[in-house]
Design a protein around this ligand. Structure first.
Ligand code: ATP
Length: 610
């Protein structure tokens, strides 16, 4: 066998890429049989599920890309696979006929494609070489795998470790010249999307030497904790001529010429000069603030204040599907009762979309007087109507240009504005009130509604043509009472409320009691109640059901009373009331509430009362 390997390698040597020769030599040392697979066991479904959970982010981020790859890889006759850092296949999608053959060679979830077990193959070789590569038919070490051509690339985390491998396999008779390029583009997308998920509390700077490439997966992404560079994507490092060892080593001031921020045209915050002299375009933080008032300390991103939504697996799959559709430019409509998270989801979709760095503009169509809604949406010229702002207004549609526009409560949009909106969607341009010159616009549209738009169309309260235009894809958000596992969701929301501080906990009885409610105000109401419970919580004392009496009972029965701000006010009123009843005696007030003095002080200072 030894001789056979040597011969085969030698026969190919001239044409063989180095990484294939290296892999064959390694296989030789592993002592793998060349004619047939070594014995490889498949992971049981339970273990596989566990493994997928372990790599949940990778799995989730790869899903949309797998779908796209399946469609494009060799006209659909191929299989796209994602494997974890050990080479275990977590997920695959493929053309049926080919998938059957691929399944026979075990290219499906639960099987490992580690080189030690499978010989030279795309996934295994990527894990050894840590670069994107192609393994063609005969370059596979084991004969049974030689009907495949594989193009694969490593997926790196924002700190440079391997999150997994993306691989496309096609029959080796088919031209696969583009496959590697496609895989690399998909990996760019996946790596780019990781940043939206992971770094909500850091400052992210996005740079590129070409302004047009900002906001695309080709942009350089640099993540700073304070002023320290702590994470990046490969493009970000390449632009600054750094490698992964730079993380944790460099300060913002080492990397950028802070003194050169004031560019003559006044584009402060858009132009950055790297320490190696490159002029870069950048998006996001207010560089003026970094350079002038807080040298070496970067402001936090706005998104730090956003709620990181909590979704179960089924919901996440829906979110991914919706994201794919939206990213293709198709309008999506989010429906669901009040408080079930339509706006939160819209913001999340924006953060995950290819337009994450462009504007997100939300307009509440129910919150505006009918007479103003057109002006608000489509903008107006100076003096367009009495009371118009001097200098005119751009309007929300133009503000959302390049990004995402959310039209909340679209069912409340007056018919005249509906007609105008339809024209904007058809023509992709907007004419401001009082003007005649159309302005081109490009935005992704999300509509949200808790009304039944079909009924409104039937009652002629909503234009049918607009309805068809915006309702090509609908995602329905279930009310909390239909949530399949409310106790789990309550615990997850609790962890979010306490920022994971496990000194504060809900007793199992309290979780049960909360899970019994039907939550007409949905997430908004539940989040509000949890905040109140946290406000009154004692460290190391699990919250008992009787705590639900403190104002939360009212909140539970009345969705209107349940928004967070209202509950904060309510908590404060409870505390104040107790103090008043005990003539300002903190110890007695605390005792009457069943909390310690320290906790009462802490909560009062939280509300700025002490
Ligand atoms: N998936 C989620 N995870 C955690 N919290 C959430 C989630 N969805 C919503 N929330 C909480 O519920 C609140 C209300 O959500 P949101 O404003 O998106 O609801 P909505 O469906 O748009 O309501 P409305 O129809 O009344 O405008 C949010 O501010 C947030 O605190």
């Amino acid at each position: 066998m030894q001789r056979l390997v040597d011969q085969t390698v030698r026969a190919h040597d001239a044409a063989l890429p180095d990484y294939i020769s290296r892999s064959w030599r390694r296989c030789e040392t592993y002592g793998l049989p060349i004619h047939t697979d070594a014995y490889v066991d498949r992971l049981g479904s339970h273990e596989l599920k566990h493994r997928i959970e372990q790599h949940e982010v990778l799995y989730r981020l790869c899903r949309p890309e797998l779908e796209t790859l399946r469609r494009v890889a060799s006209g659909g006759d191929g299989i796209a696979i994602v494997a974890d850092p050990s080479g275990l296949v977590l997920d695959s999608v493929g053309a049926e006929e080919f998938a059957r053959r691929a399944f026979e060679v075990e290219l499906s979830p639960g099987w490992s494609w580690n080189e030690r077990l499978r010989g030279t193959n795309g996934i295994g070789a990527v894990l050894m070489e840590l670069k994107s590569l192609v393994v063609r038919g005969n370059e596979h070490y084991i004969e049974t795998n030689r009907f495949l051509d594989c193009a694969a690339a490593p997926i790196l985390t924002p700190t440079g470790s391997v999150a997994g491998v993306l691989n496309v396999s096609v029959p080796s008779s088919m031209a696969s010249a583009y496959a590697l390029g496609l895989v690399e583009v998909a990996v760019d997308q996946i790596e780019h999307r990781q940043f939206a998920d992971t770094f909500t509390r850091h400052t992210i700077i996005r740079v590129h030497s070409e302004r047009e490439l900002l906001g695309t997966p080709k942009e350089g992404v640099l993540v700073f904790d304070g002023s320290k560079l702590v994470a990046a994507n490969r493009h970000g490092l390449a632009i600054l001529k750094l490698n992964w060892t730079a993380l944790g080593q460099h300060d913002f001031g080492d990397l950028f010429d802070v003194g050169a921020l004031d560019d003559p045209q006044g584009h402060i915050g858009e132009a950055l000069r790297s320490a190696n002299g490159l002029l870069l375009h950048s998006v996001k933080p207010d560089m003026r603030r970094i350079s002038r008032s807080v040298p070496n300390a970067l402001p936090r991103l706005e998104s730090a204040t956003l709620t990181m939504p909590i979704y179960d697996a089924a919901m996440r799959a829906d979110v991914e599907r919706t994201l794919r559709i939206l990213d293709c430019g198709i309008p999506v409509i989010l429906s669901g009762e009040t408080g079930c998270g339509k706006e939160v989801l819209a913001r999340h979709l924006h953060a995950l979309s290819s337009r994450a760095t462009r504007p997100f503009v939300a307009v509440n169509c129910a919150g505006l007087p009918e007479s103003l809604i057109e002006a608000e949406l489509f903008g107006y010229l100076d003096g367009a109507f009495t009371g118009a702002r001097k200098g005119g207004s751009k309007g929300s549609v133009r503000e959302a240009d390049g990004g995402v526009l959310l039209l909340d409560e679209i069912g409340d949009m007056p018919l005249s504005a509906q007609a105008r909106l339809l024209r904007v969607l058809q023509e992709r341009e907007v004419v401001p009130l009082g003007g005649s010159k159309p302005v081109p616009v490009d935005f992704l549209l999300i509509c949200a509604s808790n009304l039944n738009l079909e009924d409104m169309v039937a009652a002629k309260q909503f234009r049918q043509d607009l309805y068809y235009r915006i309702s090509q894809f609908r995602m329905h958000l279930k009310p909390l009472r239909e949530h399949p596992d409310l106790p789990d969701l309550i615990l997850a929301l609790w962890r979010q409320t306490t920022s994971g501080d496990d000194r504060y906990s809900l007793s199992p009885e309290t979780v049960n009691a909360l899970a019994q409610h039907d939550w007409p105000g949905n997430y908004r109401q539940l989040v509000g109640v949890l905040r109140t419970l946290f406000a009154l919580a004692e460290p190391m004392v699990p919250i008992a059901p009787h705590a639900l009496q403190y104002g939360t009972a009212g909140a539970i029965s009345s969705p209107d009373a349940a928004n967070a701000a209202h509950l904060d006010t309510k908590t404060r009123a409870i505390l104040q009331n107790a103090l008043d009843q005990h003539q300002g005696n903190v110890s007695r007030a605390a005792k009457s509430l069943g909390i310690s003095r320290g906790t009462l002080y802490r909560r009062l200072s939280q509300f700025g009362d002490k």
